[in-house]
Design a protein around this ligand. Structure first.
Ligand code: LLP
Length: 463
């Protein structure tokens, strides 16, 4: 990567944000700097977008703020032994995983490749948990063979998986540390999150149904290659209240207390999963630390005060501290409804559903703000859409100035943004920029469009 201006960018004055559609929050990750330009982590976002090594669409992340987020979560244990296993799927970039590891985080991974990222970023093998309903043999081998004793635990998602893991343990020549992921069958209708990101209900593919646990233990007793080290649950994502999380945790803790007393299992941890929600603009009544404090109290009341609590947050550590920058390609006005001369305002940007899939997949809303203007014009509604040939490539209606902006930022895009990006429609993967202590410390430019074209054309010959 040639040296670029962005790498020399230094901190700028932060000031209160005033922009249509953006309310001020105490920990607001973006700020208006000198001249009203938007900053993240003290870095001028417009300067990054105009840097030829970066351009748009580009993700920008504030590592310092992510670390602050992680430290606040660690503090919720008040010094008790614990593990924050960061769910790498939320944002698997090396600088992010390394920064969170620096604060003491482990990793929750769902593939052999994510496991490799975690280990290469210095996460201790014993601080890695491996979830997923269809782990392949080579992935299990990697997990069992890691470090001196394998990873922290392979989270078992079915009774059927036990025999497969035992076979791989024999092949590798080690006992496999496992935890049983329980599906606590929380009522989907009361979970309070999108059905696509709910996992702990009785029609989900995840976990071992509570009613099947006795059978799972029967299998375990005949498998000396497996070492039961924990019990876990993960019931869904983006919870903005602790209700469903605690309901699931209660089931998990009661089962765990029972397993310890009736089977004498020497467990190392109980893991109540991730799912701590963030404020995408509609509010979030609870902080990640609230989930932990309430879960700790419940664990204690279930007689498990001595057993370390593990959690697996992804989104809560990173979402708010990333933005997606996009250039406005053009705008368009079309007739709107029966009112004469009423016009719908469309804003066509160069970021699409291939860069940020969440709105198309979960009807998620990411606030769109003008990067350059301080919001002096009265806001009017703009329907912001991407270039992809799908009607669902639509980021919704956002209040922006009457004059169409030239550069916008989609907020709260630090989680499940780049990791879910694709090259659909032959569109290159976006750039990524990492800010720490108000300096750009790493970046990867946008992929060249010819990468995709050459890959497609290259199939079966180069002509
Ligand atoms: N642990 C397990 C086993 C998981 O499956 C997940 C997320 C997490 C932890 C972390 O959940 P979090 O704390 O981030 O809510 N793509 C969706 C979210 C899918 C979450 C999948 N599992 C989105 O963009 O909202």
């Amino acid at each position: 990567m040639p040296p670029c201006a962005a790498l020399r960018t230094t901190g700028m004055r932060a000031c209160r944000l005033a922009s249509p559609g953006l309310t001020h929050r105490a920990n607001m990750p973006v700020r208006r700097g000198a001249g009203g330009k938007l900053e993240l982590g003290g870095v001028d976002l417009a300067a990054l977008a105009s840097d030829e090594a970066i351009g748009t669409p580009s993700y920008v992340y504030d590592l310092t703020a992510m670390m602050t987020e992680a430290r606040a979560l660690h503090d919720a244990w008040g010094g008790e032994s614990h593990l924050v296993a960061y769910a790498v799927k939320a944002n698997s970039a090396g600088p992010v995983v390394r920064a969170l590891r620096e604060t003491g985080c482990g990793a929750d991974v769902v593939s052999g490749a994510e496991l490799e990222v975690a280990l290469a970023c210095g996460v201790l093998p014993e601080q890695v948990l491996f979830s997923g309903v269809a782990k392949q043999d080579h992935e299990l081998d990697l997990a069992i063979g890691a470090g001196a004793r394998g990873i922290g635990a392979i989270q078992v998602e079915s009774i059927e998986e036990l025999a497969r893991i035992a076979a791989r343990a024999r092949a590798v020549g080690r006992r496999a540390p496992i935890s049983l992921r329980i599906n606590p069958a929380v009522d989907l209708g009361t979970m309070g999150t999108h059905a696509h990101i709910a996992t702990g209900h009785d029609d989900a593919k995840f976990g071992i149904p509570k009613g099947d646990l006795a059978d799972a233990f029967a299998v375990l007793t005949s498998r000396p290659d497996l070492e039961l080290v924990g019990l876990s649950a993960h019931v869904g994502s983006q919870f903005t209240s602790t209700k469903a999380y605690l309901e699931a945790a209660r089931t998990l803790f009661e089962v765990t207390a029972d397993v310890r007393s009736t089977r004498g299992a020497a467990l190392r941890f109980v893991d109540s999963g991730g799912g701590f929600g963030v404020d995408y603009g509609d509010g979030c009544a609870v902080t990640p630390a609230d989930f932990v404090r309430e879960a700790l109290a419940l664990k204690e009341s279930c007689g498990l005060g001595d057993l370390p609590l593990y959690v697996e947050p992804g989104r809560a550590l990173v979402a708010a501290h990333g933005v997606l920058l996009a250039t406005v390609v053009q705008h368009k006005l079309t007739p709107q409804g029966p009112v004469k001369d009423a016009r719908q305002r469309w804003l066509m940007i160069d970021a699409g559903m291939n860069d940020l899939l969440r709105p198309a997949l979960y009807q998620a809303r990411h606030r769109v703000v003008d990067v350059l203007a301080a919001g002096t014009e009265a806001p009017v509604p703009w329907r912001v859409v991407g270039p992809v040939c799908e009607s669902s490539d639509d980021f919704g209606v956002h209040p922006l100035g009457e004059h169409p902006p030239r550069l916008v930022a989609l907020l709260d895009a630090g989680a499940y943004g780049y990791t879910m990006a694709s090259r659909y429609n032959g569109r290159p993967l976006p750039a990524e920029v990492f800010v720490r202590d108000a300096n750009v410390v790493a970046l990867r430019g946008r992929e060249a469009s010819r990468v995709w074209a050459e890959d497609r054309c290259g199939l079966g010959g180069l002509t």
